[in-house]
Design a protein around this ligand. Structure first.
Ligand code: C2E
Ligand code: MG
Ligand code: MG
Ligand code: MG
Length: 286
């Protein structure tokens, strides 16, 4: 390392790379223990219907508070967990936790759980879902999984086979981050999705971009003709919301409606509307 400091350039680059690799390895090791040490948590972000202005469900989002490093975002630890297979136990942990939590908050709203490519490839998901439904008592129609096109791409045949089994259980399937992956239209033709989640990139471009509005309009038309509801992600401003309402979007999710937060219980957490409340931002926009 002392040698590197006196000679910048490639050597300096190598030491940074070494450092990054070492850090990833450390995070992977720590993640292995995170479940047992109770460092993981699940936060929930509200999803709401524009037509009724009511909560339809909550997306479960993993949170990790590392004892020394503090909060580590999922964008950092999920890819690491996917690299070394840890995502399988992590995924099962989130699923159980989310289903048991949903049983406590109300009797109707859905819980949406993100599922990664590796889970689709290696876990016996239909059996796992069936078991967790039995253990938690959550009716399958109250569970939805969110899959990205990237997750499906790895093995489309197998993905389709598993999705059909999951749907046969009565569990819903949403296409996450729509518009950022590959061959979106072909995916929609072949896979039996119950919902399209339009990536937050498009919402963020809405203000002052006629192109973004045009794309959203086209996706909404596509959803209508395929009879698949469209949820727009990442709504942060009233203006974005009113464009989406005007264009006929079905569902919305984003910081404007509620930040991800611990359990949505009536009156308990201001930022997370409970299922029996109207969603504030939608009431204002109406
Ligand atoms: P995602 O599934 O697309 O989740 C939505 C992400 O957007 C979340 O980030 C959420 O906090 C964030 N978000 C929601 N509304 C807004 C908004 O108005 N503005 C902005 N800027 N962001 C918003 P988060 O929690 O950091 O998660 C990032 C990604 O990590 C997720 O993207 C998902 O792909 C992955 N992830 C999180 N939890 C899990 C999990 O339990 N399992 C798996 N496989 N992946 C997960
Ligand atoms: Mg998601
Ligand atoms: Mg998403
Ligand atoms: Mg995403």
């Amino acid at each position: 390392r002392a040698k590197c400091e006196s000679a910048p350039g490639p050597c300096h680059y190598d030491s940074e790379l070494d450092e990054a690799i070492r850090e990833r390895r450390e995070i992977a090791n720590d993640l292995r223990r995170a479940i047992e040490h109770d460092e993981l948590d699940v936060h929930y972000q509200v999803q709401a219907s524009i037509a009724t202005r009511e909560v339809t469900g909550y997306e479960a989002l993993l949170r990790w508070t590392h004892p020394e490093r503090g909060a580590i975002p999922p964008s950092v630890f999920i890819p690491i967990a996917e690299e070394n297979g840890l995502i399988l136990s992590l995924g099962e942990w989130v699923l159980r936790r989310a289903c048991f939590d949903a049983m406590r908050w109300d009797h109707q709203s859905r819980v949406a759980v993100n599922v990664s490519a590796l889970q689709l490839a290696h876990a016996d998901l239909p059996r796992l879902f069936h078991q967790v439904m039995l253990d938690s008592g959550l009716p399958p129609r109250r569970l939805e999984i969110e899959l990205t096109e990237t997750a499906i791409m790895a093995n489309r045949e197998r993905a389709l086979h598993i999705l059909r089994q999951i749907k046969a259980l009565g569990v819903g399937v949403a296409l996450d981050d729509f518009g950022t992956g590959y061959s979106s239209l072909e995916t929609l033709r072949v896979f039996p999705f119950d919902k399209i989640k339009l990536d937050r990139f498009f919402t963020s471009e809405l203000e002052g971009s006629p192109q973004a509005t045009a794309i959203i309009r086209a996706v909404l038309a596509l959803g209508k003709s395929l009879a698949i509801p469209v949820l727009a992600e990442g709504i942060e401003t009233d203006e974005q919301l009113s464009v989406l309402i005007r264009e006929g979007c079905d569902e919305v999710q984003g910081f404007l409606l509620g930040h991800p937060a611990p359990m949505p219980v009536t009156g308990a957490i201001g930022a997370t509307p409970a299922a029996d409340e109207k969603v504030g931002a939608l009431e204002r926009a109406a």
